[in-house]
Design a binder for this molecule. Structure first.
Ligand code: MEV
Length: 316
């Protein structure tokens, strides 16, 4: 029996290292990002299902192209559960704008799937959730590595290699990470296809860049274990240069990276697909993170979030 109202939620992610190369089987490191929170509510109603999500409020089946993966996964869940796509409405709220490289497509899908299973009173296991979020991610950008799905489902830091068992990656680093929003929608699908094109056109250099990005992820894993934050900053800067050569950075990202470094950050790079979205900046103290965050806001960042990397508080 369906309920009167049900909820589902999910949080976003930050890729610290290894975006793009992870699609080619190289390792990547991702951490949950609780500031990016999605909440789905499902209400009993009468008639066709209405979707209220980001900029859209209208019939689910008439939702524009940008909601096609959400529409498809909702239809699939309803069919899989042998239910009907009517007499309930779906309301999705997010603390972050869409397409900022924080895994919001996977998080939106996960929260909607969780809410639907709750609404129809069916227990949802992680394998089913993973395959449904992947189904939605394949519609979003064709050839996902699965990292966004894995972190959104498990909500634990991960050292991730496509097709390998998940390796939960514990870390506690006495450092702070600023996430700054370029205000531009990232274009993951386009960025992934641009990287593919670069590799096709420049096979030798493309292979080198992908392998170097992978090596930076495995180095970063060791560096984080040894708590060498200066080395981590350097690895982030190197990754940004390689991603830039793969053509997935842009002027806005480059400018926020430059502002970060010029103001004393340990390292800075894009996170996620690039071509917009967000930049991450590593700082050694909270005081420095607050100061650089303010400078970023005065120099084009549309929003910033500061996250401690597993430490409780900074004394400085
Ligand atoms: C997107 O969050 C990360 C990419 O590496 C794509 C993927 O892993 O599927 C760009």
């Amino acid at each position: 029996m369906d309920k009167k109202i049900s909820y589902g939620s999910a949080i976003g992610k930050i890729i610290l290292m290894g975006e793009h190369s992870v699609v080619y089987g190289e390792p990547a490191i991702a951490i949950p990002f609780p500031s990016a929170k999605i909440k789905t509510s499902i209400y009993k109603s009468n008639g066709d299902t209405v979707l209220n999500c980001f900029s859209y409020n209208g019939a689910l089946l008439e939702a524009p192209e940008e909601f096609s993966e959400l529409k498809s996964v909702i239809k699939k869940v309803v069919e899989d559960l042998d239910e009907k796509l009517k007499d309930f409405n779906i309301d999705i709220k997010s603390t972050i704008p869409s397409e900022r490289g924080m895994g919001s497509s996977a998080a939106v899908a996960a929260s909607a799937i969780r809410a639907l299973y709750d609404y129809f009173d069916i227990r949802l296991d992680n394998n089913t959730l993973t395959s449904l979020v992947n189904f939605s991610e394949i519609i979003v950008h064709g050839n996902p590595s699965g990292i966004d799905t894995a972190i959104v489902v498990g909500e634990k830091p991960l050292y991730y290699i496509k097709g390998k068992p998940l390796e939960v990656f514990k870390f506690k680093l006495d450092a702070y990470l600023i996430v700054s929003d370029t205000g531009e929608k990232g274009m993951t699908k386009f960025a992934v296809s641009k990287v593919r094109k670069f590799i096709e056109d420049n096979p030798a250099r493309g292979k080198e860049l992908i392998e170097s990005l992978g090596k930076l992820s495995s180095d970063a894993k060791k560096i984080i274990k040894e708590e060498k934050i200066i080395e981590l900053g350097k690895a982030m800067n190197n990754a940004q240069n390689l991603l830039k050569e793969l053509r997935v950075s842009n002027e806005t990202i480059d400018s926020l990276v430059r502002v970060s470094i010029d103001n004393g950050a340990l390292g800075s790079k894009l996170t996620g697909g690039g071509l917009g979205g967000c930049v991450i900046t590593l700082c050694s103290t909270k005081k420095e993170a607050i100061s650089i965050s303010n400078t970023l806001l005065n120099n084009g960042a549309k929003n910033t979030w500061i996250s401690n990397m597993g430490v409780e508080e900074d004394e400085s």
